[in-house]
Design a protein around this ligand. Structure first.
Ligand code: CP3
Length: 348
């Protein structure tokens, strides 16, 4: 049962559009290679996905940054690519090279994917959520997540990371029927997956659309907004009261269509978004989250202080969650993260 009493968790209150001062703070990729204690756990497994599928270890690395910094939210430790892996398109991560998958290019490739074993394969992730639900501090919110269909589809079609997404775009433009089948499958699988995360204890959801910014306007409507809207509608009707944050990274002025078209509760701003514009255009409709340049946290010092202060000054008078504009970088000094968190907390 969803608990509909007012929350004492500042992160959930901000998503409920309540004024919270100082604003809640968490950082994308807050669990990761910049922390020596993460690297130690990572060294105890052979592959990255093995870490995602080991509930005890995945829960441990989720909690590590909370112990150091007391963030207001924890994000489940997993990866967006467990969804294709669960559908039967095996994913491997090679050291320093990123993900590798056997690319989907034809309807026959698509036929090989299946929802039959999906929930069973991802059972370890749900066990991680269950442990976290039990173990996180009472004032910390637990965020579940998935990749948005478009971004997950780019990895499935390219077979790896990409700079130009030519194969994926060719399929979307030349064979929209085929590409729609892939997107529909991802909407279904991702919805099932997120509902399970919620049922095991996730209190909010973030949808990562890291490559939303590479599509022209009409294609953005079709492959970013539409599938996201379907997911939001399904989650809203089946698990009411669970807030959803969208992250259409790189979407520029299309952030506005994204917010209007999907109805999400919060929007994560990438580093390039002008904040005065976001406050004026978006903040009356949705909670803003973001958008410190991750490189500022590598730089540290007074440049970091000034950048934090500027974001708080512009965004901090309405519903707002402090975060980065993209994930924290592996070469970030952990003490700079401490400095950032103290700076945000000083504000009241
Ligand atoms: O703290 C957290 O944010 C929790 C976990 C998390 C990871 N990946 C762990 C991870 C989350 C939310 C993600 C999301 C994710 N994964 C995205 C969307 C956000 C974004 O960064 O744009 C994407 C595109 C992926 C796919 C992915 N995972 C790639 C391309 C790579 C390789 C590049 C890299 O950074 O190494 C990963 C690996 C990955 N996912 C790592 C971590 C901590 C590093 C791998 C390792 O520790 O060996």
């Amino acid at each position: 049962m969803t608990d509909l009493r007012p929350s004492t968790k500042s992160f959930l209150r901000a998503l409920n559009r309540e004024p919270v001062s100082p604003p809640p703070c968490w950082l994308m990729r807050q669990a990761g290679r910049y922390l020596p204690e993460y690297r130690a756990v990572r060294a105890s497994v052979s592959g990255f996905l093995e870490l995602c599928y080991s509930p005890e270890k995945a829960a441990e690395v989720t909690l590590q940054p909370l112990r150091r910094y007391g963030f207001d939210a924890a994000i489940l430790f997993s990866d967006i690519l467990v969804v294709p892996d669960g559908l039967g398109q095996a994913v491997t991560f090679r050291e320093g090279e990123g993900p590798s998958l056997k690319p989907i290019r034809t309807s026959k490739d698509l036929d090989a994917l299946s929802l039959d074993a999906f929930q069973d394969r991802l059972q370890p992730v749900f066990q991680t959520v269950e442990r976290l639900h039990r173990d996180i501090p009472p004032s910390t919110a637990l965020i579940g997540f998935a990749g948005a269909p478009w971004t997950v589809a780019t990895y499935m079609v390219e077979g790896s990371g990409s700079k130009d997404f030519v194969q994926t775009k060719i399929m979307a433009y030349e064979r929209p029927d085929l590409f729609q089948r892939l997107i529909d499958l991802l909407v279904q699988a991702t919805g099932d997956y997120l509902i399970k995360q919620i049922d095991h204890g996730a209190e909010a959801i973030q949808l990562f659309d890291s490559w939303a910014g590479v599509l022209p306007e009409d294609q953005f409507a079709k492959w970013v907004i539409e599938p996201t809207r379907h997911l939001v509608e399904r989650l809203r009707s089946s698990r009411p009261g669970i807030p959803i944050i969208g992250f259409p990274r790189g979407a520029g002025a299309l952030y506005q269509q994204f917010v209007d078209g999907t109805g999400i509760d919060g929007v994560s701003l990438d580093t390039s978004i002008p904040l005065d514009w976001a406050v004026k255009t978006l903040q009356s409709k949705t909670t803003l989250q973001g958008n410190l340049d991750p490189v500022m946290v590598v730089a540290g010092g007074q440049a970091l202080d000034a950048a934090v202060d500027r974001i708080l000054r512009i965004c901090g008078n309405g519903p707002f969650i402090f975060n980065l504009g993209h994930g924290i970088l592996p070469n970030t000094p952990p003490e700079n993260v401490a400095r950032l968190v103290e700076r945000v907390r000083r504000r009241s």
